[in-house]
Design a protein around this ligand. Sequence first.
Ligand code: DO4
Ligand code: MG
Length: 286
Amino acid sequence: MQLYHTQSGALLAYESKFYLIDEPWDALINRDGLESYLLNKIQTGQPAAADDQAQWLMEDALFPPIGNQEVWAAGVTYLKSRDARMEESQSSGAASLYDRVYDAERPELFFKAMASRVSGHKQVVYIRKDSAWNVPEPELTLFINSHGNIQGYTCGNDMSSRSIEGENALYLPQAKIYEKSAGLGPCLYVTSKPVSGETRINMLIKRGNVEVYEDLTKVSQIKRSFTELTGYLFREMDFPNGCFLMTGTCLVPSADFTLQEGDVVEISIDGIGTLINTIGINPKHK
Ligand code: DO4
Ligand code: MG
């Protein structure tokens, strides 16, 4: 089932019907056993919403599926990411850092965004004006509730500056954290079943009407389990409203590619749908 965060509240899509759930977003998604709770609501008489209202909400009134949570991110969880970081950081001498973290017991986890810096479906994400080499990073993103239980999944876009990170690994926060540097959406895919390794993650980038990049991979390519990543994140931190965790990029465009203003990035993950973001530049910094 898909749960959309809309202007009119939580909209549940299940078996081709829609239901408006009249509960605050944070309290709803933080419930243990969210899937059974929502199923039970439908089975015990939650009235279906009108199709045209639901379509309008999903097309025109969608928020990212986040309330008052932090967004964290894991790094170097796919071979593709390790190789790309090693390539971009050759001149800084930091290449071995990425190799080592890929094989280390402890994963790389970093703070990515407060909700106020997150863009939703069909919204703009920014590239930095002081960065010459910018990419989107398509990442299966977990929603983990305050008890450390994974309740659902969404598509994540971990916008990144490869030139800043490549210059010096200590610049990672500047390469990763800035206005509108994270995309989440279009919905929370609520399921109690583990995600299949066969789940496909696809990224398409369009410039005008031309496709300038497309590639696809499967979740089975990830080096670490989601419970392992979640376990490290929750070791010494409490998240009263739960938190989002991007699980690392599995696709990286070739080294001669950089995003331009106006490009459109589409990240699709089986079961969740497609998150579409247009690339912009913060007008304050133009
Ligand atoms: O090590 C730097 C960031 C890694 C990352 O964001 C990723 O692998 O997705
Ligand atoms: Mg990333």
